[in-house]
Design a protein around this ligand. Structure first.
Ligand code: GLN
Length: 462
């Protein structure tokens, strides 16, 4: 750990270095909503002096907490999330807040009510979402790591699109206190970072029981084991050529490295995205009820009475995707119909958990794609909102089951990164770090052209 802080801390000990990176990149990518140079010197700790950005649905005291929504664009956070406080206590310094799809709903950052974000590898493309600002900022070198949130893939998919690491921890491993809730039974605060080592150090500094979040748990790590058997999906299809080619090459590399690959079937995978969207929208419709212009949120001056105020506040304040999801969630929960939708989705959730238990009884980790495509173009019609939701099937399974999953840069196709995902049983994060550290040592991931962060030349595009 001390080695880590000296490597990263000294590389960025001059605040001007990352200020320059932000100035050079921000007009091209729009990853950050706010950027501020730190006033105070760093606290001594394992992350001393390391700057980071925070997805803007996580509270940082004194900073705007927009959640990517017009509804909250003027709100200033009165306190900091527990995860942020733990990182600050370990010496890390908040320097920015990162753009996102409104309330975390989306896969492209195009649902942000605040600004557009572009992929640093190709600015005509999306950075992914919903933690797209976090991933773009890390990929460009504006910060070495950023916090994101992952309800259905929102840390892992943008990490894959931007060629960096993205960890969704086990459910309950990291406190959610200070995270603006979207779908409480599915979501976690996660890490986007440039290296495996840093991903792990940040996770270790954040994890553990917090009395302000009753779903947070003491972290009891699964006993360590050498990774020998990797489960892979039988009959995988529907990937774009770029993702398929990197996936195939990765399997070859792993075989050559001595791993045993075990083909498994997850029949419930086909129902994962519908089950996820049923549960997530149901929870969102309840969680977002507080944004009504009275308790929280935009308060249009022209509203004439309380009913009108709620109507105008929500009409003005929410974007289309959020409105759609609130309506869907209200629909699936309406009286007399829970059995047909919500309970059915919960049964699929149980089936997915059981199928994954069976996989982990035979294999140490599971390797899958993160998303069927690489970063798509802004406005790509083949990737409309419906196609984006269906494409979440590989990531939502980990949220439905509460298990950890890590997206890692596995290779390049057509000049863009491809991320793949490894997952493990709950509290098995160490397995994911071990696997990725070994993979990274043999196949270092390139930096994007124009990268300005502290990662050395060994990572440059060859
Ligand atoms: N694409 C998913 C959604 O739109 C991911 C959300 C998330 O993880 N916050 O719900």
């Amino acid at each position: 750990m001390s080695k880590l802080s000296s490597t990263w801390g000294s590389a960025l000990s001059d605040p001007q270095a990352y200020k320059q990176a932000v100035e050079a990149w921000e007009k091209k990518i729009g990853a950050l909503i706010e950027f501020r140079l730190p006033g105070a010197a760093a606290v001594k700790g394992p992350l001393s002096g390391i700057p980071f950005a925070v997805k803007n649905n996580i509270a940082v005291k004194g900073w705007r907490l927009s959640c990517g929504s017009k509804m909250l664009s003027q709100i200033i956070a009165p306190y900091s999330a527990s995860a942020v406080e733990k990182l600050q206590a370990a010496g890390a310094i908040v320097v920015g807040t990162a753009n996102l799809d409104e309330f975390g709903m989306g896969s492209s950052c195009e649902n942000s009510g605040i600004q557009a974000t572009h992929n640093p590898w190709d600015q005509k493309r999306v950075p992914g979402g919903s933690s797209g600002g976090s991933a773009a900022a890390v990929a460009a070198g504006e910060v070495p790591f950023a916090l994101g949130t992952d309800t259905g893939g929102s840390v892992r998919q943008p990490a894959a699109f931007c060629g960096v690491y993205g960890l969704k921890p086990s459910y309950g491993a990291v406190s959610r206190y200070g995270l603006t809730a979207y779908a409480s039974s599915l979501e976690t605060i996660g890490v986007v970072a440039k290296t495996v080592e840093l991903t792990q150090a940040v996770f270790e500094a954040m994890r553990g029981r917090d009395e302000n979040d009753q779903t947070s748990l003491d972290y009891k790590e699964l006993s360590a084991r050498e990774i020998k058997t990797i489960a892979v999906l039988k009959g995988l299809s529907g990937l774009t050529a770029g993702v398929q080619s990197v996936y195939d090459t990765t399997l070859e590399k792993l075989k050559a490295d001595g791993y045993r690959l075990l083909e498994v079937e997850l029949p419930a995978l086909e129902y994962a995205a519908p089950a996820y969207y049923t549960i997530a929208t149901a929870e969102a419709s309840a969680n977002l009820a507080r944004f009504n212009g009275i308790r929280y949120g935009l308060r249009p001056y022209y509203a004439e009475n309380p009913d009108d105020l709620v109507y105008e506040s929500r009409t003005e304040g929410f974007g289309d995707e959020v409105k759609l999801r609130i309506m869907l969630g209200t629909f699936v929960l309406r009286s007399g119909f829970q059995e047909q939708f919500y309970m059915r989705a919960q049964r699929i959730r149980s089936a997915i958990k059981q199928e994954l238990d069976a996989v982990f009884a035979q294999a140490d980790i599971l390797l899958t794609p993160v998303f069927p495509s690489q970063a798509f173009l802004h406005g790509d019609l083949s990737m409309d909102a419906f196609a984006q939701r269906a494409a979440d099937k590989f990531t939502v399974t980990a949220n439905l089951a509460g298990i950890p999953a890590l997206s890692f840069p596995a290779g390049m196709a057509d000049g863009l990164p491809v991320g793949l995902q490894v997952s493990a049983p709950a509290f098995g994060e160490a397995r994911l770090f071990d696997f990725c550290r070994r993979f990274e040592a043999s196949f270092p991931s390139p930096n994007c052209p124009g990268y300005m962060g502290p990662c050395g030349d060994s990572r440059r595009l060859s």
